[in-house]
Write a protein that binds this ligand. Structure first.
Ligand SMILES: Cc1cc2nc3c(=O)[nH]c(=O)nc-3n(C[C@H](O)[C@H](O)[C@H](O)COP(=O)(O)O)c2cc1C
Length: 185
């Protein structure tokens, strides 16, 4: 099973990217977790480009389509999601492969509830299945930890592994058939 990790932060020292790199190394048996590293190279979404998308967009859309599930960690910027993650999701609105995709939403900051709620709303509108058991808040803001330190922390490693295991279980036992909340295109 393939789980694709998306970080909504482009910062080199991003705590959201770090927790996803930890997830790559904590992938449960039978799964691989890979981090898509080129979200920052995606052009701003433009419907005019959809008939002949740039290569990086095609790679992104194909990688998502070939993944069994997504795990997303994104900061909150000004009480909203970051442009990085919203732009990436906008490129997926027209993708049939996205409907029904199980998604875990990791929140690395308990105070960032606006972005967490907005991200979930967008995902549900796009007919993704937000897996609640896999969508956890792991307080990391200001912790200055890299992925190795997270893996070395029993409580953090357990929280990350628990999320991935819940996501894997959701892939194995799909429970919902979903359609977009309204015709998106
Ligand atoms: C432009 C900007 C806006 C931010 N707005 C918020 C906000 O509205 N709420 C909040 O809790 N944190 C806010 N923050 C703090 C970030 O969420 C925090 O620094 C987070 O760790 C960044 O994630 P990263 O380490 O993955 O880059 C903001 C940070 C920046 C740079």
């Amino acid at each position: 099973m393939k789980i694709l990790a998306l970080s909504g932060s482009l910062r080199a020292a991003s705590i959201n990217s770090a927790v996803l790199r930890a997830a790559v190394r904590l992938a449960p048996p039978g799964t691989t977790v890979s981090l898509f590293k080129s979200l920052g190279q995606l052009p701003l979404f433009n419907p005019d480009l959809e008939s002949d998308v740039p290569d990086v967009v095609a790679t992104f859309q194909r990688t998502v389509a070939q993944s069994d599930a997504l795990i997303i960690a994104s900061p909150e910027y000004a009480h909203g999601v970051t442009g990085t993650i919203k732009n990436a999701l906008d490129w997926l609105v027209g993708s049939e492969a996205f409907a029904g995709k199980p998604v875990a939403v990791l929140n690395t900051s308990p105070r960032a509830h606006h972005a967490d709620a907005a991200l979930r709303e967008t995902l549900k509108t796009m007919a993704a299945v937000v897996i609640e058991a896999a969508s956890v808040t792991i307080p990391l803001l200001g912790a200055q930890l890299d992925e190795a330190s997270m893996i070395d922390s029993p409580s953090l490693a357990s929280a990350i592994s628990g999320s991935l295991t819940a996501l894997r279980n959701a892939i194995l036992t799909p429970t919902e058939v979903v359609t977009p909340l309204f015709p998106l295109r």
